[in-house]
Design a binder for this molecule. Structure first.
Ligand SMILES: NC(=O)C1=CN([C@@H]2O[C@H](COP(=O)(O)OP(=O)(O)OC[C@H]3O[C@@H](n4cnc5c(N)ncnc54)[C@H](OP(=O)(O)O)[C@@H]3O)[C@@H](O)[C@H]2O)C=CC1
Ligand SMILES: O=C(O)C1=N[C@H](C(=O)O)C[C@H](O)C1
Length: 269
């Protein structure tokens, strides 16, 4: 690439922030242009590469305007309230965005959709190649196993995760529901307790496990009488999410507006 893509990392001192910095440093098509964290973060004012043993000349800042001047793209793995703040700033500075953050409400997702009329955005709750493929596999399986099979989605993540079910689990639920002509909002069951009665066959169930350092496991279970199909993805490193996000960044080169996901990035539609 003649001119490396100028990337700003939001939440640069978070778990995904670290993985993204490593990935940017390893890719000559990309250059770190800005590194953001919120006021009060102890990394503010320090070199963004310090924890990777690199001197980048880019200081971690809480000034969004400063970080976005002349940037090409902002990569956001933070929290919904932060993502929406960055979304507003990216529109102001005409900077593209990769949004990997999860836990948005339906109303917040509409704000992202509206912003994509002004800037190009990839919005994906999971940027790994494996989960992107899993979404397609779940759609195919749901179409074949469309009668007599109960759909349950089981996800496991590390103890620090703050949202449940995971964004990926919800996306997998949407994939199954849409393949069956159902609306996930109407058929989702989030956990069970007490005397629940027999299972309603039209529902899609979710079960959440939190513990230790699990990077991210997802299983979609199609359970029939006499047989079960289980489709599982297990992430063992955050580098897989980071490299997918940066692949998405390159996909946006030349795109001025529009809302995309990893199916678009990987040609899986
Ligand atoms: N799409 C995908 O493939 C993946 C998505 N994710 C999602 O990415 C998000 C981040 O995950 P992870 O890196 O593990 O989380 P971390 O908590 O490790 O990092 C979050 C970062 O965002 C910052 N932050 C939090 N709140 C704000 C705020 N209000 N304003 C500005 N910055 C803020 C944090 O700063 P501070 O430390 O000061 O709080 C921190 O630097 C989650 O939503 C997670 O679900 C994670 C992995 C893969
Ligand atoms: O918080 C995480 O860690 C992860 N979050 C994403 C989600 O909510 O789906 C993706 C991945 O599984 C890791």
């Amino acid at each position: 690439m003649a001119n490396p893509l100028k990337v700003v990392i939001a939440g640069c001192s978070g778990r995904m922030g670290h993985a993204l910095l490593e990935c940017v440093f390893a890719d000559t098509d990309l250059v770190l242009h800005g590194a953001l964290d919120r006021s009060g973060n102890p990394q503010l004012g320090r070199d963004a590469g310090e924890q990777q043993g690199k001197i980048t000349g880019v200081k971690v800042t809480d000034s969004i305007d400063e970080a976005l001047i002349n940037a090409d793209i902002l990569v956001d793995f933070t929290r919904p309230e932060a993502s929406l703040m960055y979304l507003a700033a990216c529109q102001k500075h005409n900077v593209k965005m990769i949004i990997g953050t999860t836990g948005f409400s339906a109303e917040q997702k509409l704000l992202i959709e509206a912003a994509s009329k002004n800037i190009a955005i990839v919005f994906a709750p999971n940027t790994s190649v494996g989960v992107s493929l899993l979404i397609n596999l779940v759609q195919s399986a749901a179409k074949v196993l469309n009668e007599g099979f109960d759909i349950e989605i089981i996800e496991a993540h590390h103890r620090f995760k703050v949202d449940a079910p995971s964004g990926t689990a919800l996306r997998l639920g949407e994939a199954a529901a849409s393949a069956l002509g159902r609306n996930l909002e109407e058929c989702a069951v989030y956990g069970r307790e007490g005397v629940t009665g027999e299972r309603d066959p039209s529902t899609i169930g979710f079960a959440t496990v939190r513990g230790g350092d699990v990077v991210g496991d997802h299983t979609v279970l199609f359970a029939g009488l006499g047989e079960r199909v289980e489709l599982t993805h297990k992430a063992s490193s955050r580098a897989t999410f980071a490299s997918g996000a940066l692949r998405a960044a390159k996909f946006l080169i030349g795109k001025q507006t529009g809302l995309f996901d990893m199916q678009d990035v990987l040609g899986l539609r």
